[in-house]
Write a protein that binds this ligand. Structure first.
Ligand code: AMP
Length: 396
């Protein structure tokens, strides 16, 4: 089935038009500066990129520009928008209500709206994308695929926070976890690569600009590092990961920050950027560290140390591990970081083959022949997962 996959942000909208079976991508692109002026970048494999300035006061014009370019006689890939069988939307927060993807109807929209307090930055933008598609292509079925849904199999001991229980009962405060679509895709591939055993324990390491780990037993998430929101876990490009809440009170008192300023620091100015003062991009950190920048090295050391801690913790709670998967920008491309994360874990049966690890951006088994635990590099493909879910639900 030909599926249009949409990932709508507040001022941007990414799209991919693809085949759900096999994953062939016909076209993909990005609408930027929605609400400001508007720019469309459209890519078709084997052709030159198209960049057009198109007024996009709202998401409606952005979606319309995507449909227009898809059917453009010269730059497009289809004759009519009727060829779009369905639209799959990435939605950040599904709360506890969504344990899987669902066809978008009034009840689904209401439930996504109810999750806005949990995902205040992303859910409203995701909804704008959905509502624009409903308006412009009212007879095309739409599906919502949630970043949180895959994690909803966590047991209560993993998702409950040790604060008064009433905040869970009355206010839905609990661990939700994110990057669920990515963890689902790569862990399913890993289980396949393990030969589909009856019992499997996988640690999926999604290491990108935002990062999270998930402990996955028999294909079901047992624990994950992000929490109520995506700020939790280990340090990321600009996010702090877990911090002692006392730090908030201390810094807010000393500098007169309000909670918005404090959270902006933790979300945008922390992580490896905060420690290094150099960059949130690991390529810049590698370059700076190689030139002797000690803070860049410290940022890298901290990242590696915290990822190792999560691997140790997840191996313990799962009673062992059969496969570790590296994915996303850093996980797929940073040979050195993968090596350093696995360094010293040989006592756990995790042994990397340096030669095999010399790989970027493609699926590979990088474990040593005598490693008890498989180490896989698996490029993530959230769009394919969204297209597959959309086709499965709309084909029914
Ligand atoms: P993502 O959010 O998955 O797109 O990942 C983006 C991040 O991947 C960038 O910020 C870089 O830090 C990282 N990255 C991409 N390529 C490399 C590379 N060759 N070496 C190290 N890090 C990389």
């Amino acid at each position: 089935m030909k599926i249009l996959v949409i990932n709508a942000g507040s001022s941007s909208l990414k799209y991919q038009f693809m085949e759900s079976e096999g994953g062939e991508v016909f076209a993909k692109g990005l609408c930027e500066r929605i609400g400001i002026d508007g720019r469309l970048t459209h890519k078709v494999p084997g052709r030159e990129d198209v960049v057009r300035e198109i007024p996009m006061p709202t998401h409606n014009e952005a979606i319309q520009s995507v449909l227009d370019i898809l059917v453009d006689p010269e730059k497009g890939v289809i004759a009519s928008t009727d060829e779009i069988a369905a639209v799959g939307h990435r939605v950040l927060h599904g709360g506890a209500a969504f344990t899987e993807s669902c066809i978008i109807d009034d009840a689904c929209i209401e439930a996504i709206k109810k999750c806005i307090p949990l995902g205040p930055l992303h859910n409203p933008a995701n909804l704008m994308g959905i509502e624009a598609c409903q308006k412009i292509m009212p007879s095309t079925p739409q599906v919502a695929v949630f970043d949180t849904a895959f994690h909803m199999t966590m047991p209560p001991k993993a998702y409950i926070y040790a604060i008064p229980y009433e905040y869970y009962e009355k206010d839905d405060v609990r661990r939700y976890g994110f990057h669920g679509t990515s963890h689902r895709y790569v862990s399913a591939r890993a289980i396949d690569m393990l030969g589909n055993p009856a019992h499997s324990r996988v640690i999926s390491c999604h290491l990108g600009n935002g990062s999270s780990l998930a402990a996955i037993v028999d294909g079901k998430v047992m624990d994950t590092s992000m929490g109520l929101g995506p700020l939790a876990g280990f340090p990321m490009g600009t996010r702090s990961g877990d911090v002692d809440a006392t730090i908030l009170e201390y810094l807010m008192g000393r500098y007169n920050y309000d909670i918005k300023e404090m959270l902006n620091i933790l979300n945008k100015k922390s992580g490896v950027l905060g420690i290094s003062g150099v960059s949130s991009d690991f390529r810049d950190l590698d370059a700076a560290a190689a030139q002797g920048n000690e803070r860049a090295q410290l940022a890298l050391d901290k990242f590696i140390y915290e990822v190792k801690k999560f691997i140790g913790a997840y191996t313990t709670v799962m009673g062992g591990v059969d496969a570790i998967v590296f994915t996303a920008g850093i996980g797929e491309n940073s040979i050195d970081l993968r090596r350093q994360i696995c360094d010293g874990l040989e006592y756990m049966g995790i042994k990397m083959d340096a030669e095999k690890n010399n790989v970027r951006g493609k699926e590979a088994d990088v474990s040593a022949a005598d490693s008890k635990v498989k180490i896989f590099v698996i490029p993530t493909n959230e769009e394919l997962m969204i297209a597959m879910d959309t086709a499965a639900l709309c084909g029914k």
